[in-house]
Design a protein around this ligand. Structure first.
Ligand code: NDP
Length: 291
């Protein structure tokens, strides 16, 4: 039987509606959560992300503050801006769009952000809080992926979970979240021996690799929940010369024949990321005011 398709667009929409209602209730008490997004340089994909983030921030009733800096901005100038935003009481969340130009050390910038305003959840304090089971700000993509898993099944205790990818942004925090839900977690990466066999163990398989359709249909355990985080642009000559299309890290058509539920690309994890950024901004705004 073909897998259920997990509709990330609809789940993100419903999350945004819940957030908008909470934001409205807060604004009744004179509190309007504010998200500051900093973009350095002209990277085309980053420009699109930042535009989408600003539009969705406003759509749920929060304040969007945008800082666009030239590509030759120095690290010192960016750190000064971060310090100003840290000190600004109207700013609840700070997001510095990655990647940053080569002259700026991204890690130094991440560590300069006040952990209470670190809505990307990349600060070592928030990573440490996640690893030790303390409340904190959880990175948006794994948080969104977890919400998608839980849209299929809420009791995950004892399930075998395999996360392919060990980045600080997706793979590692995803593994932590699954561990918190009492899954038995395996983290695979480029040095893993027999990746196919490791994946076949998974009741929950999360692919966060960045390799188009690496995960094949026969790597999928019958009935598994498959979360495809990858976003890869590949040539699509069938659509016309020079055309491209997006595919995930999972060979979708093959995998859906075996999985129990699977996220599509696009329309799966992607829409959840910004919705979770807004959820983090609301969480930060409430936490900074003591609730
Ligand atoms: P990284 O490049 O930081 O990490 C990729 C991981 O995949 C690494 O751990 C790497 O292993 C592993 N890997 C690479 N090749 C293989 C292989 N052949 N077999 C097994 N493991 C392999 O990527 P990110 O975590 O930042 O992103 C992963 C994907 O998710 C990308 O496609 C990205 O575009 C997408 N993404 C999507 C988002 C969304 O909103 N939907 C948000 C963020 C990312 P090693 O550590 O050994 O090198």
């Amino acid at each position: 039987m073909a897998a259920r398709i997990i509709d990330g667009k609809a789940i993100a929409q419903s999350l945004r509606e819940t957030l908008a209602a909470e934001v409205e209730a807060l604004s009744g008490r004179g509190i309007v959560p504010g998200l500051a997004v900093v973009l350095v340089g002209e990277d085309a994909a980053s420009q699109v992300y930042v535009r989408n983030k600003a539009a969705q921030t406003k759509a749920v009733g929060m304040r969007s503050i945008e800082h666009r800096l030239p590509a030759d901005t120095s690290e010192a100038d960016l750190l000064r801006l971060v310090a100003t935003l840290n000190a600004d009481d109207a700013v609840d969340g700070i997001l510095v769009q990655l990647p940053l130009p080569a002259q700026i050390d991204a890690q130094r910038v991440i560590e300069a952000i006040d952990p209470e305003k670190d809505v990307d959840g990349f600060h070592p304090v928030n990573a440490g809080r996640l690893a030790t089971g303390l409340p904190g700000l959880v990175p948006c993509t794994p948080q969104g992926s977890m919400r998608l898993v839980e849209s299929v099944r809420t009791d995950l205790a004892g399930l075998e979970a395999v996360v392919v990818g060990r980045s600080n942004i997706v793979g590692k925090p995803m593994a932590q979240l699954l561990l918190q839900r009492s899954c038995t977690v395996t983290i695979a990466h480029s040095r893993t021996r027999d990746l196919a066999e490791v994946c076949r163990r998974a009741d929950i398989l999360v692919a966060a690799v960045g390799r188009p359709e690496l995960v094949r249909g026969d790597w999928i355990r019958e009935g598994a929940i498959v979360i495809d985080v990858g976003i890869n642009r590949v040539p699509a000559p069938e659509a016309g010369e020079g055309k491209t299309r997006l595919v995930g890290d999972v060979a979708f058509e093959e995998a859906r024949a075996r999985a129990g539920a699977i996220t599509p690309v696009p329309g799966g994890v992607g829409p959840m990321t910004i919705a979770c950024l807004l959820a983090n901004t609301l969480q930060a705004a409430k936490a900074r005011r003591g609730n």
